[in-house]
Design a protein around this ligand. Structure first.
Ligand SMILES: [Zn+2]
Length: 184
């Protein structure tokens, strides 16, 4: 990790939202993401039921935003990505990561994001009942490998009504995301 780690705090014996035991450890960490600002990283792990979740939130209030980025080289793997649990990540022709209470938030880079997608598709390849689905998964894995090597271009779109997500690159196109007022 290149960014400076500022603070870390653990809160033990917290009530777990899943099993209600007071065995949840909440970790809060503050970190600086260059060209985005300070963010809080939250992580929750329950030792009783193995519940785990994580999220990221900018310390400053941000506007709803949409980021578009085209991966066109191996160098792009290093581009920083901030993804909150409220973000929709569209990777056309490959997958869409949907937001929600079960979605995780994290700070990563393009490579890290692709690795998470790769892992999901690998699971599908290994567990799919249907031969056709397994074949589809294999083809997608090949495609991802080519993207990782900069042999194939790939668009990535992140939409986040909370504004807590970003793709940190000069090549990334940021625009305002129009959202209906949602009660939190
Ligand atoms: Zn639990």
């Amino acid at each position: 990790m290149s960014e400076e780690e500022l603070k870390e705090q653990d809160f033990e014996h917290q009530p777990c939202p899943l099993c209600n035991e007071k065995t949840l450890i909440l970790t809060e960490r503050e970190t600086e993401v260059p060209y985005f600002g300070k963010v809080y990283l939250f992580s929750m792990t329950c030792s009783s039921c193995k519940y785990h979740n994580a999220d990221v939130e900018a310390t400053e209030q941000k506007e709803p935003a949409k980021y578009e980025f085209e991966i066109s080289s191996e160098e792009d793997m290093k581009v920083r990505v901030v993804k909150s649990s409220e973000a929709t990540v569209k990777v056309p022709h490959i997958t869409t990561i949907t937001p929600g209470p079960a979605a995780q938030g994290y700070v990563t880079n393009i490579e890290g994001l692709l690795n998470r997608i790769k892992y999901q598709i690998e699971t599908l390849r290994d567990t799919a009942e249907d031969e056709e689905d397994r074949k589809k998964a294999k083809n997608l894995l090949k495609k991802i490998l080519n993207i990782t090597w900069g042999k194939e271009k790939q668009k990535i779109i992140i939409e986040d009504p909370s504004g807590n997500s970003a793709i940190i690159s000069d090549k990334a196109v940021k625009s305002a995301l129009k959202v209906k007022a949602i009660e939190k």
